[in-house]
Design a protein around this ligand. Structure first.
Ligand SMILES: [Zn+2]
Ligand SMILES: [Zn+2]
Length: 401
């Protein structure tokens, strides 16, 4: 089997992050992705790292202690409805479930495990698909997210490794929780490419949100028009990512890989296809090697067509990370289709690509493309007109010590 220098962080404990069977955020996505990679003979079980559970001290790197206590009480069904509301808990989006504190702590621990695997030099890259809970706030749960694994991992990287992080979020929703956690921080660059908040949760992520104080200019938002297709999505992503990484020169790239910009996703209005989900990790991989000696951690995120979209999108991150993209030219293994077809209420895909003939025609494509190009101009105006950062890299800093 051909695997490269990457760790796959996963364990069955992560399935306990499960609101209820009708909730769109479904841990079945992890099983389907892992099974698909195994059916392709692309995931060596020796490369699977078990996540540890994050400690309370680690959660408190970002979250208020009062909020952590509220989550514990909610998971024991001991939090009043009124108190719960003030912490964003007990809502339709983020309802109570049994032992939710422990379940959410495993997801954070998984991202910390991935970060340590890369920073201690054991692996160049790591993936933790259970992570990507980018709507979690300091003192409030939001949008299916309780603890914000990515924000905690960034603060952990800063404190433990003195690392500067470029955070790149291609989930269809704005990466608000991470952005606001580091809004005035000059050592964290956040880039979020998402559907405009005009009609979509959480409503933020406009080009005018650029950071504050010493962090000004280091928070970039690309709010795309509804019905944006592959070409314009990828033009926006590639332009912004290349310019951000060259400007900021990070020590590590952390990517959030929500799969909800796909045209089949039931919760959003972007219109990408699998073509975008093959290119998103390809560029991250290239730039991690070019700028960060390979240091790249990828986490999951949203994605609500869990039969047809998420397994193929997320598996392709691992295939890219481990230089196995030749698998994308093979059909989807029949063993995977036979294993899951009876459980699915839709026809499972036969190919890693979407059938071009099935893609919806968007008549306003030229207008959407032109508007997105104007958005890129506005979003990147600051870094195009500022001197790029040329701080010493993590390796240079360590050599100096
Ligand atoms: Zn999302
Ligand atoms: Zn590599």
């Amino acid at each position: 089997m051909k695997t490269a220098d990457a760790a796959f962080v996963y364990s069955i404990e992560e399935h306990s992050y499960h609101f209820h069977d009708k909730h769109p955020f479904n841990p079945l996505r992890l099983t389907l992705t892992k099974d698909l990679l195994e059916a392709c003979n692309s995931l060596d079980t020796n490369k699977i790292l078990k996540p540890r559970k994050a400690t309370e001290e680690e959660l408190a790197l970002v979250h208020d202690l009062a909020f952590i206590d509220a989550v514990k009480l909610a998971g024991a069904n001991k939090l009043s409805a009124e108190k719960a509301r003030s912490y964003g808990l007990g809502t339709d989006d983020t309802p109570f479930f049994n032992d939710m504190h422990n379940a959410a702590s495993y997801l954070v621990g998984g991202t910390l495990t991935a970060v340590d695997a890369v920073m201690n030099g054991s692996y160049s890259h790591a993936i933790h698909l259970g992570g990507g809970l980018h709507h979690g706030f300091k003192g409030k749960a939001s949008g299916f997210c309780i603890y914000n694994d990515s924000a905690i991992a960034i603060e952990y990287l800063k404190q433990k490794y003195q690392a500067r992080v470029l955070y790149v979020d291609t989930d269809a929703h704005h990466g608000d929780g991470v952005q606001w956690s580091f809004y005035d921080d000059p050592d964290v660059f956040t880039l979020s490419v998402h559907e405009t908040g005009r009609y979509l949760f959480p409503g933020t992520g406009s080009v005018t949100e650029k950071g504050a104080g010493a962090g000004y200019g280091l928070k970039v938002n690309i709010p795309l028009e509804a019905f944006t297709e592959d070409d314009s999505f990828l033009e926006s992503y590639e332009t912004a990512f290349r310019e951000a990484v060259d400007f900021f020169r990070p020590d590590l790239i952390l990517t959030v890989n929500g799969a909800d910009s796909h045209y089949l996703d039931p919760l959003t209005h972007l219109h990408t296809s699998l073509k975008s989900f093959h290119f998103i990790p390809k560029l991250a991989h290239e730039l991690a090697h070019e700028y960060c000696e390979g240091r790249w951690v990828a986490v999951g995120g949203g994605g609500y067509d869990h039969w047809r979209v998420v397994p193929r999108a997320w598996a392709s991150i691992w295939l890219e990370m481990t230089n196995q993209t030749d698998v994308l030219n093979q059909p989807i293994p029949q063993t995977w289709i036979e294993q899951w077809q009876d459980h699915a209420d839709v026809q499972l895909p036969q190919s890693w690509y979407d059938d071009e003939k099935m893609l919806p025609v968007v008549p306003r494509k030229p207008i959407i493309t032109a508007r997105n190009q104007q958005t890129i101009e506005k979003a990147l105006f600051h870094i195009r007109n500022e001197k790029p950062s040329r701080r010493p890299s993590f390796t240079q800093k360590n050599n100096l010590c």
